[in-house]
Design a protein around this ligand. Structure first.
Ligand code: F6R
Length: 598
């Protein structure tokens, strides 16, 4: 998704902007550009593709003290140079993240302007220029702009007439202000400024930011606002690879400590923290869970646990569907929104839809201070730290860890789970980091070698294993570009089995002893039609598993802990397979880390 950086200060803005843009690469982009102000004139340099191509176009001796930069992820208009940001019209140059929904209507009132790009964003620069020509009062112009724009935006603005000041504003798209010593920044998120400062402020919707050697924040009535300066606790190193070949691998290896950190508050040495630290959720008759992609898959894991152990009917919705569908949610139910970034447009719109109905909402989010976290009635933060790889791993495991402990907490409060059993389960969670660590160390490369050269793969499982299959399948397809689908194991023979041929890859998951025999029968059905089967199962099922070509046997601990174990081989099979196929693992094509448009 688009990334924004802006700088005013004593250093060379060009270097700061390029460094900031590189830190935003993980958001996904297809072109990049910068604008800098010098002698009351703004110059723009942009390029399609990687930031290194932009860098090659920039004269090494170029110096300026103020500028804005942008990585674009195309929405309106192809990923070509004329559509890349920044856009300049008259005296105004802008970078924009978000979507202007009424840009066609706005173009009609800007009929004196000739537009150079196919974007929705260029109208913003034209609108600013028109308003400024009518009344040369920049703050009032920006305020008027806010009233005219419909949609979402984070904006960085330069005006040729105001050479030392950068303006910014946001509505429903992420934006922070970085606070330095005699230098200040704007950015889509913290990693972009971390090389220079770890102090930042969160910008609220409709606030106007004026940045020069000081920072002034106005509300939409142009009254000055006081803002708390926050300190980012992580180091820049945390946001770098730390010696691993890919961020994805580094993040997979971080999972033992992420699980520990995330659950620490809830799983102390007695039942008190389990019961008291988790919000009171046992009162709800129904829970709905909303998310996109892996967050949705995490919700499916939650459904199995909440229904089985907390005895609460739980429905899981894909946010892009939920936001437009008729939903039947009672006042005495809870809606949970799951998101790593906390900025996913569809999840955020779904939250706002529910808030209008005055129904209780809870966000499970990674990014502190993100929109979802701020707008939901309650928030539980997972403690995954910055996730750079586009394909999520550590945030997903932390999400399912929270859902698992949530089901345990509710089940214990309702006495569906006895205190004695709950204590045993708490204890098993304490062993989890070591179990994950050991499982990460296993050899997945040799399994990947047997499957990487086929272009299709099917994942099968029942119940919880089906939910995990969906995440395993997404991991494989998004980073290795193998066409992959997950099916409930019993559903295959209703059509899909016709696709099974000699050598077709099937990854079967059978970690539920109660129904594993049924899944094994389905495995045998595909095997007898020529499939190449990789089986993931548990050590408490005693079988030779001769019917499988690859076997991964994981320890069975209990239903709460096991989803967090089963996912490890699935992530690493995806990773090793993508590596053998020579894919750009951390930045798969067409994908963005933070999907802030619908
Ligand atoms: C897949 C993946 C995506 C995200 C989805 C939601 O590996 O990362 O499917 O899970 O885009 O993003 P968040 O969690 O930021 O709302």
């Amino acid at each position: 998704m688009c990334g924004i950086i802006g700088y005013v200060g004593k250093q060379n803005a060009i270097e700061v902007l390029l460094s900031g843009l590189k830190s935003l690469e993980y958001r996904g982009y297809d072109s990049a550009g910068i604008a800098y102000l010098k002698s009351n004139h703004t110059q723009i340099i942009k390029s399609v593709g990687k930031i290194k191509y932009l860098e090659e176009k920039i004269d090494k001796d170029l110096v300026s003290n103020i500028g804005i930069g942008h990585t674009r992820w195309a929405t309106h208009g192809k990923p070509i140079e004329k559509n890349s940001h920044p856009h300049k019209v008259g005296k105004f140059t802008i970078v924009h993240n978000g979507i202007i929904e009424n840009y066609q209507a706005l173009k009609k009132i800007l009929n004196n302007y000739k537009f150079k790009s196919d974007t929705d964003s260029e109208v913003i620069a034209a609108l600013l220029d028109k308003l400024y020509n009518e009344k040369k009062d920049i703050l009032n112009v920006i305020k008027q702009l806010e009233n005219l724009l419909v949609g979402s935006y984070a904006l960085g603005i330069l005006c040729d007439d105001i050479p030392n000041t950068l303006y910014a504003l946001r509505k429903d798209s992420p934006l922070i202000v970085g606070v330095g010593e005699n230098e200040n920044f704007i950015a889509s998120d913290v990693p972009a400024i971390l090389k220079y400062t770890n102090k930042y402020m969160l910008v609220d919707n409709n606030e106007i930011i004026e940045i020069n050697d000081k920072i002034t924040i106005y509300n939409s009535k142009l009254e000055k606002q006081d803002k708390e300066i926050l300190i980012f606790e992580g180091s820049l190193e945390q946001a770098e690879k730390n010696g691993y070949e890919h961020f994805m691998l580094k993040e997979i290896h971080e999972q033992p400590s992420v699980v520990k950190e995330t659950l620490h508050k809830f799983l102390q040495y007695d039942l008190d923290s389990l019961v008291n630290e988790m919000p009171n959720l046992e009162k709800y008759k129904q829970i709905s869970i909303v998310g996109c992609g892996s967050a949705y898959h995490a919700g499916l894991v939650g459904k199995y646990l909440l229904e089985k152990y907390a005895d609460i009917k739980t429905d899981v919705y894909i946010a892009s569907e939920f936001r437009y569908q008729k939903v039947f949610i009672d006042k005495d139910s809870l809606v949970i929104f799951i998101s790593q970034s906390g900025e996913t447009a569809d999840t955020l719109a779904s939250l706002r839809k529910v808030l209008e109905e005055d129904i209780d909402t809870l966000a499970i989010v990674n990014v502190i201070g993100s929109s979802l976290a701020r707008e939901a009635k309650e928030t539980i933060y997972i403690k995954a730290g910055p996730e750079i790889s586009v394909a999520t791993t550590k945030a997903y495991i932390a999400q399912i860890a929270i859902l698992s402990v949530m089901a345990l907490s509710i089940g214990t409060k309702k006495q569906i789970i006895s205190d004695k059993k709950a204590l045993e389960i708490i204890d098993s969670f304490k062993k989890l980091p070591d179990i994950i660590e050991n499982l990460i160390k296993k050899d997945y490369k040799s399994i990947a070698k047997t499957i990487y050269d086929k272009d299709t793969c099917f994942y099968i499982g029942r119940g919880m294993d089906y939910a995990l299959s969906m995440e395993g399948s997404l991991k494989l397809k998004e980073i290795s570009y193998i066409v992959s689908s997950a099916y409930p194991a019993g559903e295959l023979k209703h059509g899909t089995i016709s696709l099974i041929d000699e050598g077709t890859n099937v990854i079967a998951i059978a970690t539920d002893k109660n129904i594993s025999d049924k899944t094994f029968s389905n495995v045998k059905e595909v095997k007898s039609r020529g499939a190449f089967v990789t089986l993931i199962t548990i050590d408490t099922i005693k079988d030779e598993f001769d019917f499988a070509d690859n076997k991964i046997i994981i320890p069975y601990i209990n239903d709460f802990v096991n989803p967090l174990i089963t996912i490890i081989p699935l992530q690493l099979i995806g990773y090793e397979t993508a590596k053998l196929r020579g894919c750009d693992i951390d930045k798969p094509k067409n994908l963005a880390k933070s999907v802030t448009v619908e």
